[in-house]
Design a protein around this ligand. Sequence first.
Ligand code: SF4
Ligand code: SF4
Length: 136
Amino acid sequence: MKKKFVLTFPPESTNEPVTCRLIRDFGLDINILRAEINAGQEGKLLLEISSTKENLDKGLGYLESRMITWEPVAEKIHFHQDPCIHCGSCTAVCFSGALEMDRLTRELVFTPEKCIACGLCPSACPLRLFTLEFAV
Ligand code: SF4
Ligand code: SF4
């Protein structure tokens, strides 16, 4: 099976060789699609993982033991844009740059081509304007 996950690292875990351990100790085949990690700060990794379900479950269990949270990546994001109040809350979680505030108009700009369907924006929007379709 092949799936994508977003990993969120607490500041104390950003120096850990997590992907090496997932590969070496759990036999996962990992493709790093995007990384945003700075030592001592919260970090994010977008990974594509190929593995058996058993090994994947063990690897995800290891992440939890290291206080690293993970979320499966959605296949598609739908944005119901008209009711948007341009509060900017969703831009704080969008590390791909698909959601940004226009500095002049102070309005939200959504660039679907940049969206990696990480699944982080739905819970960030107070109006729940994003919905996700997950892969089976
Ligand atoms: S799912 Fe949302 S937060 Fe993630 S990249 Fe797409 S627009 Fe940004
Ligand atoms: S969080 Fe929701 S309401 Fe706020 S700017 Fe983003 S889409 Fe618009």
